[in-house]
Design a protein around this ligand. Structure first.
Ligand SMILES: C[S@@+](CC[C@H](N)C(=O)[O-])C[C@H]1O[C@@H](n2cnc3c(N)ncnc32)[C@H](O)[C@@H]1O
Length: 285
């Protein structure tokens, strides 16, 4: 009898933790914080626009986790979630929309398209998160995306982008985060950075206590953009005002020289650089 694919006991070997994990689940657990983002949209929209936002467009939505949380947060909220990858949208339909129940699922419209092709229905907020819009690598391509995004937002709406930077962001590095509530380590890698054109190649890997690893679970081929470049392009695309929301940093309890982000963001115009920061760039139509 052939033992191909089996161990000496005749039983199939147990799959490693890496083999039995779903990378979309790992991504959602390690990268996304949808409830916090929904809260941030709500408070910032009320601060800048004086009203409660109801319609969200999530560009580069992936599994539409954020759109699902948006619709779960209020029965009158609806979302349009756009992604170019049909398989990822289908995963989101099965694992996020369906379990959220009929009432939520029917308020999330999944659209399989390039984000630049969708300008209807008009929304209160469009967001492009986890730096996904960095796939557009030239000023012309980014301006064109911003113009299309603006065309899909109501006259009193807002466009939210996230961005990272800091003195470490051009370094080749691997940063490990042990996921406290889950049994794996999230590894963020800057594999290549080209100072001539700011091309930045990043990977996400996952490591498990049994020694297994999902190598290059996700790869991103981006341009590293700066806040002033985005600010100028947003104005060129027709947005009227651009705000930067900066994270509040505090001294670490371990008394090290480094500061620690609090997850709280405020409107800012001059700040000290950090080794690593994440911020939001928010544009008014
Ligand atoms: C980094 S993931 C972002 C997932 C999710 N939005 C988040 O915040 O974590 C990038 C997603 O963008 C999608 N994508 C890349 N280029 C796109 C384009 N031109 N139009 C629509 N989706 C695109 C990919 O299929 C992928 O699902």
């Amino acid at each position: 009898m052939s033992l191909f694919g089996k161990n000496k006991t005749g039983k199939a070997p147990r799959p490693s933790m890496a083999e039995s994990s779903d990378k979309q689940v790992l991504y959602q657990q390690s990268v996304q914080m949808p409830e916090i983002e929904v809260e941030f949209f709500t408070t910032t929209f009320q601060e800048l626009r004086g009203k409660f936002p109801l319609v969200l467009k999530e560009d580069f939505c992936g599994t539409a986790l954020l759109s699902t949380a948006w619709c779960q947060s209020n029965p009158h909220r609806t979302a349009v979630a756009v992604d170019i990858c049909a398989d990822t949208l289908q995963w989101g339909r099965e694992h996020n929309l369906h379990p959220a129940g009929e009432d939520v699922a029917k308020r999330v419209q999944l659209i399989h398209a390039d984000v630049r092709a969708v300008t209807d229905p008009k929304v209160d907020i469009t967001c492009a998160f986890n730096f996904s819009y960095w796939v557009f690598k030239t000023r012309d391509a980014m301006r064109e995306y911003f113009k299309q995004a603006r065309a899909g937002i109501k006259p009193d709406g807002l466009f939210f982008l996230d961005i990272f930077g800091g003195t470490d962001c051009q370094d080749i590095l691997e940063e490990e985060t042990e996921m406290e509530d889950h049994d794996f380590t999230y590894v963020w890698e800057h594999a290549e950075f080209n100072p001539i054109n700011h091309d930045l190649l990043c990977h996400i890997h996952y490591e498990f206590p049994d020694g297994s690893r999902i190598e290059k679970a996700f790869t991103y081929d981006w341009r590293l953009w700066s806040i002033p470049e985005l600010h100028e392009l947003l104005l060129e695309a027709g947005f009227s005002k651009v705000h930067v929301y900066w994270e509040r940093f505090v001294e670490r309890e371990d008394d090290s020289e480094y500061l620690e982000g609090t997850g709280e963001f405020f409107k800012a115009s001059k700040e000290e650089n950090q080794e690593s920061w994440q911020a939001y760039v928010i544009a008014e139509v």
